[in-house]
Unconditional design. Structure first.
Length: 404
């Protein structure tokens, strides 16, 4: 049995993700963390190991390591602070992978915000003794799995003595089908009606026993389909015919799916453009622009690194965002902020051919970061630091308002 401990500070998500983006081989670090965990009486080594395993694609083992870490401790101090803390932030997260919570660590890199994260699960309630903090932020993402947890946290925070940002009852309204109801008839916004349909219904549509339009009131084929609680484009597909739907279902074991009509949002040049926007205290900021010949755009596969022309367009879009795109869609952004009721909210969107804001998703846990290579994307650093500064100011405003 080891007779000594080797507790070391948490490396944290932001630094580990930077290493992965830079192409570093994380295997040696993973081995070191396994060795360190044998004598680590904190959960730091296991929590960092969980992140390394996720970044290397070993999801199941990563979740096992995370669960073991949370058995040891629930509260983790993140390596964000430089110098004296201007504000102390406590963030509530749930167990899960990198898409299960708002990754606030990226927003606070090298800041003067002291960040503590407390993890809660159905089995692990909020600890009685928590770090001193000025503001509390709920980072748990909406999902079927998290609904009971969000309700539980909502009850616990009902009379919290400090400001609470991103209240859990508002996060709970962000499912794909609830979000389109939330934004229904909002000015300047198109968000196709999204239905949550059981597999049995879709099989009947696929075999033409029932008509899709009987369910999907605003359209017929082509449709967009994905399993419930699927993210990052996993198993997302465009379905043009009933026969194609049948083939899709034969490859999917899931019991429930989200279905919406497909909107062709191509520009006249033949390219699709997806914008990631974040609302901070209601003010919109652009995070990235994905430009692709394919309708399903993810920034990493849109060819932005390989195309100087695409990057030049993204740079110009960022420079002109406040005076052009943000002004053009100001009423739409205001409606989203007012209806969602969240202090911090991500929006993935495009524009329809008639100039409306086409909403793909609104979510509280989109990844916003500044880890793209500076030599390739130099224009991103000023824009991302505008976002980080706005997030910090949101925290300061919340603390100030609570003291009035």
């Amino acid at each position: 049995m080891p007779t000594h401990t080797t507790n070391q500070p948490l490396i944290g998500l932001a630094k580990l993700m930077r290493m992965a983006y830079a192409g570093e081989d994380l295997a040696p670090l993973g081995t070191e963390l396994i060795e360190r965990a044998a004598t680590d009486t904190s959960g730091h080594a296991l929590m960092d190991l969980s992140i390394v395993l996720q970044l290397r694609g070993n999801h199941d083992l990563a979740m096992t390591m995370q669960a073991q870490a949370l058995k040891i401790q629930q509260i983790y101090t993140q390596p964000t602070i430089t110098g004296t803390a201007a504000i102390r932030l406590l963030v509530i997260m749930g167990a899960g992978d990198l898409m299960a919570n708002t990754p606030v660590e990226f927003l606070l890199e090298d800041s003067d915000v002291a960040l503590d994260i407390v993890y809660v699960t159905p089995e692990l309630p909020l600890p009685k003794h928590l770090p001193e903090h000025d503001v509390l932020f709920v980072a748990i993402a909406q999902s079927d799995q998290n609904m009971a947890l969000l309700n539980k946290i909502n009850t616990a925070l009902s009379s919290w003595p400090h400001p609470v940002l991103n209240k859990p009852e508002r996060i709970a309204m962000l499912s794909r089908n609830d979000a389109c109801t939330l934004l229904d008839s909002a000015p300047g916004i198109i968000m196709p009606n999204t239905l949550r349909l059981e597999r049995q219904v879709l099989e009947q549509v696929a075999t033409q026993q029932i008509a899709l339009i009987d369910y999907l009131k605003d359209g017929d084929f082509p449709i967009i389909i994905r399993p419930v609680d699927s993210h990052a484009g996993k198993d997302l597909d465009k379905i043009d015919t009933a026969q194609t739907l049948l083939s899709y279902l034969q490859d999917m074991p899931n019991k429930e799916f989200y279905v919406s009509r497909f909107v062709d949002y191509r520009n006249p040049d033949g390219f699709f453009r997806k914008y990631r926007i974040v609302l901070i205290d209601g003010k919109p900021f652009v995070c990235h622009v994905g430009i692709s010949e394919h309708w399903m755009i993810h920034y990493l596969n849109a060819g932005m690194t390989e195309s100087a022309e695409k990057r030049a367009e993204e740079e110009q879009f960022m420079l002109a965002f406040d005076s052009q795109f943000a002004c053009k869609h100001a009423e739409a952004f205001r409606a989203i902020y007012e209806r969602a009721g969240l202090d911090y909210l991500g929006i993935d969107c495009g524009e329809t051919t008639d100039g409306n804001l086409l909403i793909f998703e609104i979510d509280s846990c989109m990844i916003i970061h500044a880890i793209d290579p500076v030599d390739i994307f130099p224009y991103k650093q000023p824009q991302m630091h505008k976002i980080f500064s706005a997030f910090r100011q949101m925290l300061l405003n919340a603390r100030q308002h609570s003291s009035l």
